[in-house]
Write a protein that binds this ligand. Structure first.
Ligand SMILES: [Zn+2]
Length: 278
């Protein structure tokens, strides 16, 4: 049986299995792989305090997000369509980590009552401008106060590309659960560590960014976290492509991506779940 790295946590931080392994052809450099739930996590996870401060400063990542925002219109429309495919009402929605606010703007235009939380002062300023008087942007770090500055409950909470930045996803999910009423909907999106691209590209995979993404999830990992926190799974799928519009995507490539996603091998996991009765 594989022997875990003695300097690393001795069990999976999500499912607590001791069936963990560092190294091997399926592992990413510097990461441990849980053979039970499929989570990949940094070996030094226990010593990470704040993994994601890149968006706090006026970094190149922030500048890129702002510059590319006008190119994401189609992506935001697709995201809103996905949300509305599982939520058959238009109510009060909170997006945690709303970035430049483009998705909230799209949802507001469809009749949703929207709020967003965004810690980056640069991104939240853009979001405020986009939303105007159609919603509220909270310039806060959700992980610092668990959303306690938000004084209401929401029918829908979404967190797109947030989970991979956290070191304690279970805490995050519990806090989000506290903001939802019974039957409230939670929607998450995060890179798929079991995607075909990750297997092919290995450490060259664009989501392999240890400084920003200390945890990388499989569908099984997400299911484990969410069901343990009292959520009922509604929909789990993978999606492909990038947020930035690309006119170069051929019909052939779209066909390949469709097949890939039918096998849950797409680059990104997308999940919707409902808070069960307590
Ligand atoms: Zn695990």
């Amino acid at each position: 049986m594989a022997r875990p790295d003695p300097t690393a946590p001795d069990s999976c931080p999500v499912c607590e299995s001791r069936e963990i392994r560092a190294g091997g052809i399926f592992s990413l450099p510097g990461f441990i792989r849980c053979r039970n739930c499929g989570l990949h996590y940094r070996k030094d996870l226990d010593s990470i305090l704040q993994p994601n401060q890149v968006y706090e400063s006026d970094s190149s990542s922030v500048q890129r997000l702002i510059e590319e925002e006008p190119l994401r219109k189609s992506y935001y429309r697709s995201q809103a369509d996905r949300i509305e495919s599982v939520v058959d009402f238009r109510g009060c929605l909170l997006e945690i980590g709303c970035g430049c606010g483009g998705l909230l703007a799209e949802l507001a235009s469809r009749g949703w009552s929207v709020e967003g939380i965004e810690p980056s002062p640069f991104l939240s300023a853009v979001a405020e401008k986009q939303i105007g008087n159609r919603g509220i942007i909270h310039k806060k770090d959700f992980m610092e106060d668990g959303g306690s500055h938000c004084s209401r409950t929401y029918q829908v909470v979404i967190a797109i590309d947030v989970l991979e930045h956290l070191v304690a996803p279970q805490v995050f999910i519990q806090q989000v659960s506290g903001m939802l009423p019974r039957d409230g909907i939670l929607i998450l999106q995060t890179p798929n560590v079991k995607s075909l691209r990750r297997f092919i590209q290995g450490a060259g995979w664009e989501q392999y960014r240890p400084d920003e993404h200390p945890l990388l999830y499989s569908s099984k990992t997400l299911r484990h976290i969410l069901t343990r926190a009292g959520f009922i799974m509604l929909h789990m799928k993978t999606i492909s492509g990038t947020a930035v519009e690309s006119n170069g995507r051929s019909r052939w490539l779209r066909g390949v991506q469709k097949v890939l996603n039918s096998l849950h091998g797409g680059n990104t996991l997308w999940v919707a779940c409902r808070k069960a009765a307590i």
